[in-house]
Write a protein that binds this ligand. Structure first.
Ligand code: COA
Length: 388
């Protein structure tokens, strides 16, 4: 097995983009190649993520289309789909292909359009998203993504005493981080009062507890050992864990445990040979403020039940003991679902290269990304990156 390293990254601003999915992906992929200094002719394969193109834009079989559009001609190109964990799943396969000597240089990334430029409004997009929930038992109940995460968060509040104010602290923190990220969907600060006064979506989530619908693309260039040494600042992928849980939520042994997140994290920690205490910062899947609470607990950064108090005490802010979502997270950076996973990889890589500007974590050596797919997490992929 050889080591796999990330040597180039690129992403579009997340927000609204009224161009085709293939065009949007090219706007992330070509800067990633430039960043790596890799020519199109050097790329062996394209591992590409998209979730909704078939439902929202009648645009399927996208891998060869984006390969064509980005000027790759006839390299092997393959699409991956794993709900919101789509592009990290593509990333996992790209890394494994490099580690196993199948390819030396892989372009990996994802793209999605979820805003009304698709011609689809919030209620209809909410219905489309819930196609990831169980068809037989969950969809007929009328459950939505905000709804199912709200149920889990309510239970967390009852079991551990987590408060709405603690949840609001997470939104405030991530919006504050997002003000330093020029590619964030929302570059504006907010306050506890503004979060609590924003319209109620589903108890306990106000609008400002939720991530938005976003359009965007993200990409990374993954290379083998042999190539990595010729790059200025390679970042090594040292751990990758994937976990899958039971669907529907009612089949999970303990919904608050998000067991697949713990499985994925344990696999990534084991592979990297490090513990949670050695991670310098992380990007987690904060699709709702309550999801960030569950993530920090499942990853072992805080004890179960302590996610809310830890955020309120500033421990997860930039400058705290474990900065969470320095990019602004899904809450402020945005969530174009098929692009979200590799956007986390972009943030890890830029942070580890000390290129994150005003949101830079101080001298990080180890970064972790936690990406979730499906309602309350039926899929999790955890990635560990370290400075080479
Ligand atoms: N955070 C902050 N501001 C937001 C926002 C969010 N999540 N969503 C919308 N806004 C802002 C808009 O920019 C707009 O501001 P403006 O009036 O200054 O232009 C205003 O709030 C209203 O936006 P609108 O698009 O009309 O909101 P909406 O009511 O249609 O949708 C949500 C808001 C929260 C219901 C919707 O974004 C949502 O469902 N998010 C969750 C998506 C999801 O489930 N993803 C999968 C998770 S795994």
């Amino acid at each position: 097995m050889t080591r796999a390293s990330v040597v180039g990254v690129g992403m579009t601003k997340f927000g609204t983009h009224d161009i085709t999915l293939a065009e949007l992906f090219a706007e992330a992929a070509l800067p990633a190649l430039d960043d790596a200094g890799v020519g199109r002719g050097d790329v062996d394969a394209l591992y590409f993520g998209n979730t909704l193109g078939g439902m929202t834009e009648n645009d399927t079989h996208l891998a060869p289309k984006v390969a064509t559009h980005t000027g790759f001609g006839r390299i092997p190109a393959q699409r991956f789909e794993d709900a919101c964990a789509t592009s990290t799943n593509a990333f996992k396969h790209a890394v494994q292909a490099v580690e196993n000597g199948i390819h030396d240089v892989v372009l990996v990334g994802g793209v999605e359009k979820c805003t009304p430029v698709t011609g689809i409004d919030t209620p209809e997009m909410t219905r489309i998203f819930v196609s990831a929930a169980d068809r037989q038992y969950e969809q007929p109940t009328g459950i939505t993504f905000p709804g199912v995460f709200a149920l889990m968060t309510k239970r967390h509040m009852e079991q551990y005493g987590t408060t709405e104010e603690q949840l609001a602290e997470i939104a405030v923190k991530n919006h504050a981080h997002g003000t330093h990220n020029p590619r964030a969907h929302f570059g504006k600060d907010t306050s506890i009062e503004a979060v609590l006064d924003s319209p109620l979506v589903v108890d306990p989530f106000h609008l400002m507890d939720c991530c938005p619908f976003s359009d965007g693309g993200s990409a990374a260039v993954v290379v083998s050992d042999e190539y990595a040494d010729s790059f200025d600042a390679p970042v090594d992928v040292t751990g990758l864990g994937h976990g899958t849980d039971l669907v529907p939520v009612s089949d999970k042994a303990d919904p608050l445990a998000t067991q697949a997140a713990r499985d994925a994290a344990e696999r990534a920690y084991d592979q990297a040979g490090i513990t949670a205490g050695e991670v310098d910062f992380c990007e987690v899947h904060d699709c709702f403020t309550g999801a960030e609470v569950l993530a920090t607990e499942a990853l072992g950064f805080v004890e179960d039940g302590e996610g809310g108090p830890a955020a309120a005490a500033g421990r997860t802010a930039l400058g705290g003991d474990i900065p969470v979502n320095p990019s602004g997270g899904l809450k402020a950076k945005g969530h174009p679902i098929g692009a979200t996973g590799t956007a986390q990889i972009v943030e890890l890589t830029e942070q580890l290269r000390d290129e994150a500007g005003d949101r830079q974590v101080e001298s990080p050596s180890v970064g972790l990304a936690h990406n979730l797919g499906g309602d309350t997490g039926s899929a999790f992929v955890t990635t560990m990156e370290e400075r080479a």
